[in-house]
Design a protein around this ligand. Structure first.
Ligand SMILES: [Zn+2]
Length: 481
């Protein structure tokens, strides 16, 4: 983008809540079941069926609100949002819409120095987060369309971000931070492919220094982090070119075509559609007490930002190290177990960000599929710390064998005869043998010629086939001289 213009981006994210049952009925909230097998009169919208609110979904929304420092509205309610679509069986969606249980929060994300001019974190506002029910899913084939209503009535938290983001990179970081947060809170599995974490983006471009927003375009259904960034890059460039040519974009909804690497128009927006919102008569107003909010606050897990701060203090890590370790929860959990087991948090960090990360990148998958247990890594670190093996042997020989599933580090070291000789009498025998074989050098060293120490230690290491503990060799050599 040219320096003269700036992008204004806000994201709307739909998060499927990890409740066991749906929002207003007891059907299971589960992905991948036989189509239309998880349905009942309530989520099918049959006449006379009455909804009953899932309290767990409300608790999850509150936990999210507390995590972003938002205001939790003690009184909110549900509305009927009317529109017609085949996968919406009732002909309306039950939603909190504008009167949301969570309002006015913020996410701390890294600012983009390319557009801000400075390094550092920024606060990206969240206007509101409201509860609503998901629709079913339509599949369009050449001659027919199929509807699966298993998803109808699944609880959603729609998180509406403020237009505080100034580049596609900031949008990407906002989404990553939000993703990490909802997973850490245990309110969403974060699976973008299965649609449990879905993103729409609003984007406009304006001359730098102008307060008024440019014409806004909405990009729908960005179902991967990469697509969000690519689609926004494309769209910001397109807007900038159109403005530069004197025309400017039109207000419309577009979709991302990943194959062609471009956005394409889906529909023009002629003002806001009339959804004829009215209060849902079958549900009482949603009232939440301070005591309920405080109980949820007390039971909340540690958040990624809190965990990062704790890692810095408790384990003596740098900001960068703590940040890298807390990118995802299983990785951070793994680090913590191995650090505690081996008692060497700094080395555990080095292994996690070095050898372990490299192996994950090379093989694909995650820390959970790598096939090395936290106990295994801790044992390996301990063997280096106790000088059973040296670091080079650990990295070059034992770790690859560990990855290949050859057993525990202890087994591998034993099987391959890699253990350093740390037995005093064995080393003494080798030292005496080498001194006896080189009497001239030994007496010179005794007389104070320190240069000969290297020569003798080298001979001793060689005689010990590189497996003698160097520190012990030096100590024993001193004693013998
Ligand atoms: Zn149901």
């Amino acid at each position: 983008m040219q320096e003269r213009y700036e992008a204004v981006i806000g994201l709307e994210v739909h998060v499927q809540l990890l409740t066991r049952s749906k929002m207003f009925c007891s059907c299971a909230n589960r992905y991948g079941a036989e189509p239309n097998s998880l349905t009942c009169p309530v989520c099918l919208g049959l006449p006379g069926a009455l909804p009953a609110l899932n309290a767990k979904a409300v608790d999850m929304a509150i936990a999210f609100g507390l995590a972003i420092g938002a205001n939790i509205r003690e009184k909110s309610r549900f509305y009927r949002k009317q529109y017609f679509y085949p996968d919406l069986p009732k002909g309306y969606q039950i939603t909190q819409g504008p009167v949301a249980v969570v309002e006015e929060g913020a996410l701390e994300i890294p600012g983009d120095p390319a557009v801000r001019g400075v390094e550092g974190n920024i606060l990206a506002g969240v206007e509101r987060a409201h509860l609503e029910e998901d629709s079913g899913k339509s599949t369009h084939e050449s001659k027919r369309s199929l509807v699966d209503l298993n998803r109808a009535g699944v609880p959603l938290l729609e998180i509406v971000g403020k237009p505080d983001l100034r580049s596609p990179k900031e949008a990407y970081d906002y989404l990553k931070t939000l993703h990490r947060l909802v997973i850490a809170l245990g309110i969403c599995d974060g699976n973008m492919e299965e649609g449990s974490f879905r993103c729409d983006a609003n984007v406009s471009v304006r001359p730098k220094g102008q307060d008024a927003f440019g014409t806004r375009v909405e990009i729908k259904n960005l179902n991967s982090f990469r697509f969000v960034r690519q689609a926004l890059d494309y769209e910001v460039k397109r807007h900038t070119e159109l403005i530069g040519a004197g025309s400017g974009p039109v207000q419309e909804t577009r979709g991302w075509d990943a194959g062609k690497g471009e956005t394409r128009i889906q529909r023009e927006k002629a003002g806001g559609a009339d959804y004829r919102y009215f209060p849902e008569p079958d549900l009482p107003p949603l009232e939440i007490t301070r005591a309920e909010i405080e109980a949820i606050r007390a039971s909340m897990p540690e958040l990624p930002s809190q965990r990062k701060a704790r890692f810095i203090v408790s384990y003596g890590l740098t900001d960068y190290e703590a940040d890298m370790l807390t990118q995802d929860r299983p990785f951070a959990d793994y680090y913590e177990s191995s650090a505690k087991l081996c008692g060497n948090p700094k080395q555990a960090c080095n292994w996690m960000l070095g050898e372990m990360s490299r192996a994950i990148n090379e093989r694909g998958g995650s820390i959970e599929t790598l096939g090395v247990s936290a106990e295994g890594l801790a044992e390996l670190i301990s063997m280096v710390d106790s000088r059973t093996i040296n670091l080079t042997t650990a990295k070059e020989t034992v770790f690859p064998a560990l990855l290949a599933g050859e057993g525990s580090p202890g087994d591998i070291v034993k099987k391959r005869g890699l253990a350093q000789i740390s037995d005093t009498s064995a080393i003494e025998a080798i030292v005496e043998e080498v001194l006896a074989a080189h009497p001239a050098q030994a007496s010179e060293l005794r007389a104070g010629n320190a240069k000969l120490r290297g020569f003798l230690v080298g001979r001793i290491m060689k005689a010990g086939k590189g497996k003698v503990n160097p520190q012990m060799v030096n100590e024993i050599l001193d004693a013998k001289l």
